[in-house]
Design a protein around this ligand. Structure first.
Ligand SMILES: *Cc1c(COP(=O)(O)O)cnc(C)c1O
Length: 360
């Protein structure tokens, strides 16, 4: 049996009619940039989340950077980010001229530790970017308390967590603003690059709109130096066509994650832990291996693809070169392994992965 890490074509086949119709409609109307499909997706996503404002943009990395810029965060400012996340979280901070300050993550839930945030706050700290890594929410109730006491902004990086919840509140609705990515492999993925910003703050909404659209408020009225960051019509139409399936896909990922947890041998692997009162949407299912290379090889020989998220904790990358040690993030970088999980996986495929893992 061959099991890819993700199977985007399998998903396309389940919704082919809707996707083909969406693409044909965009072409028939030449609605490539701006227009109906983009505003429709913004409305659809607003209603789904539900949030007051959605600002679509070109990708998830841009959405982080645009929010920071709209808050006027830049040179001399510090933003606290987890040491274990995709590079975008820190990169966005660096790209606005501010300094990412790393905090270690929880060894059980893999998200930024509130006490580590508190320890990293200085007079220059302006914001915190919690990441809902792998599809499970960070400890938002605690993070929001710390932020309010210290007068810091909270920007949730929801790139891996469309639909995740904690205490009955969805990722993206806790902070002052949130960023989503619609990279093809994400829980809601386009057929190219796309992203969005969400906020309930009217002023921030206006500012983000202006920044994404060349600093314009209305045509040719350039107020500030902006940029071009837009979602194209084709991606918007595809995302609107896919959105009605998202809750069901997330439920399926959640069930599959729990199935893995109940069937993979816990003597052999560290299994992901689920927070109480929360919903994990398993963008990634990550195991802890004693000898990762060996496991990767055995799975590969059995036709099962894997990935590592991520092989280096950000402070240890060449770009950030910090001498500080982040033990939990470092342990993840050396031992965590992502195995296939996607809504279209069959029970036979899941059982096969479990069987091979338990025989290693
Ligand atoms: C995917 C991802 C991003 C960036 O998304 P792009 O759309 O690829 O720019 C940001 N943060 C995290 C945690 C991600 O996983």
């Amino acid at each position: 049996m061959k099991i890819p890490f993700v199977d985007l074509y399998a998903q396309y086949q389940t919704i082919k009619g809707d996707i083909d119709f969406a693409i044909e409609s965009v072409i028939a109307q030449s609605a490539y940039i701006g227009g109906n499909y983009v505003s429709k997706f913004e409305k659809d996503y607003e209603a789904w989340l539900p949030a007051k404002h959605i600002i679509s943009c070109a990708n998830g990395t841009d959405s982080l950077e645009i929010i920071l810029k709209a808050w006027n965060i830049g040179k001399g400012d510090e933003v606290i980010v987890p040491a274990m996340t995709w590079i975008s979280t820190a990169e966005a901070v660096s790209n606005v001229g501010a300094t990412p300050v790393f905090a270690d993550v929880d060894s059980a839930y893999y998200t930024i530790l509130p006490e580590e945030i508190t320890a990293k706050i200085t007079k220059n700290t302006k914001a915190i970017i919690p990441v809902h890594l792998y599809g499970q929410c960070a400890n938002m109730p605690e993070i929001m308390k710390i932020a309010r006491v210290n007068n810091l902004k909270v920007l949730e990086d929801c790139a891996q967590a469309h639909g995740a919840e904690i205490d009955g509140v969805r990722a993206g609705l806790w902070g002052d603003a949130a960023s989503f990515s619609f990279y093809p492999g994400k829980n809601l993925g386009s057929y190219g690059d796309a992203g969005c910003i969400t906020t309930n703050d009217d002023e921030l909404f206006e500012m983000c709109k202006i920044i994404t659209n060349h600093g314009q408020k209305g045509k040719h009225n350039h107020l500030i130096v902006g940029r071009n960051s837009r979602m194209d019509g084709m991606q918007a139409a595809i995302l609107s066509a896919k959105l009605p399936n998202l809750d069901q896909w997330n439920n399926s990922r959640n069930e599959k994650g729990i199935y893995y947890n109940s069937n993979i041998d816990p003597e052999k692997y560290g299994l992901p832990q689920l927070r109480e009162n929360s919903k994990h949407v398993f963008h990634i299912y990550s195991l802890v291996c004693k000898n990762r290379n060996y496991v990767v090889n055995e799975l590969n020989n059995a036709g099962i693809s894997t990935a590592v998220h991520y092989p280096t904790e950000l402070p240890a990358t060449k770009v950030y070169q910090s001498s500080e040690v982040f033990p939990n993030s470092k342990h993840m970088a050396n031992h965590n392994l992502s195995i296939p999980i996607y809504p279209e996986m069959t029970i036979e495929q899941l059982d096969y992965v479990i069987d091979i893992l338990n025989k290693i």
